[in-house]
Design a binder for this molecule. Structure first.
Ligand code: PAF
Length: 272
């Protein structure tokens, strides 16, 4: 991959990169399409990164379908797919990790202590291997995108980071590889997330700007489903992720829940 990147760079071509953990869905395809427009060459990586899963998380059962992913990549005109083994990235004696000080101390980082350290470490490795000019990440993982942007700024990676908008199913459910775990009877509960976000936007439009009122209303809508446990509902500054009391300008509402142990996240921007 590094030789390939060097040759492409020498020939004056630009490279876009979409890192994923596979089990591709329309959300990933939209990121590939953005990448395709931004550069001459498009690289996709598929790697279920063990370093970003905690001991009791779903690393073992994370959905995988390499052949299907490769077909989809071909159809999207991807030029190269990088599928490293665990050993290739975390060889014996591996001991280097990349960690941010503040941004991981919010939202998902509070209940998933190794998550972002694993992500920033693997993304750093992938950037050094693929050597892209542009990299595209989904806005559904809003905190991940904020953390990658900060890391790229702090460590002076010469890479433009682009956020791709959330892609939703027709009924509003945000696309996610983990949706593969959802059984039909869980759908109404899963949909309560996007509905609660939609309701938050309506509240702001109607002039309700008190963050606690908005978060409480979202919690109420989601708690109708006893099979859901709320991890967090946070109304915060989209850059620092610090909680805010009032909606002023662009504000993020982000939430994470467990639905029969399936972790679902979603978010939207609230604007006055
Ligand atoms: O968003 C993901 O799929 C992963 O967190 C990423 C960025 C590929 C790192 O493993």
């Amino acid at each position: 991959m590094q030789d390939r990147a060097d040759k492409l760079r020498c020939s004056g071509k630009t490279m876009a990169f979409v890192p994923t953990m596979g089990y591709l869905h329309k959300g990933h395809l939209s990121l590939l399409r953005i990448g395709k427009q931004k550069a001459d060459d498009l690289v996709l990586s598929i790697f279920v990164n063990p370093a970003q899963f905690g001991p009791n998380e779903d690393l073992g059962s994370y959905p995988r379908s390499l052949e299907r992913d490769l077909d989809m990549a071909k159809q999207e005109g991807v030029d190269a797919v990088f599928v490293p083994t665990d050993k290739a990235l975390y060889q014996e004696g591996y001991q280097t990790y990349v960690e941010l000080e503040k941004l991981p101390g919010h939202l998902c980082g509070l209940s998933r202590p190794v998550f972002f350290k694993g992500i920033t470490t693997v993304v750093t490795q992938l950037f050094n291997i693929v050597k892209p000019h542009v990299a595209v990440f989904g806005e559904k993982d809003f905190q991940q995108l904020a953390i990658i942007r900060q890391m790229v700024k702090d460590l002076k990676f010469d890479i433009e980071i682009i956020g791709g908008p959330i892609v939703r199913e027709d009924d509003g459910l945000a696309m996610s590889s983990r949706n593969a775990y959802l059984e039909d009877h869980m759908r109404p509960a899963a949909l309560s997330l996007s509905r609660a976000l939609e309701n938050s936007r309506k509240m702001v439009k109607s002039g309700i700007l008190d963050a606690k009122l908005i978060a409480d209303q979202a919690a109420e809508m989601i708690s109708v489903f006893p099979e859901i446990t709320i991890d967090y509902i946070s109304i915060c500054d989209p850059l620092t992720l610090d909680a805010v009391e009032m909606i002023e300008g662009r504000t993020l509402i982000a939430l994470a829940v467990g639905l029969n142990k399936i972790r679902l996240i979603d978010n939207t921007i609230l604007e006055v």
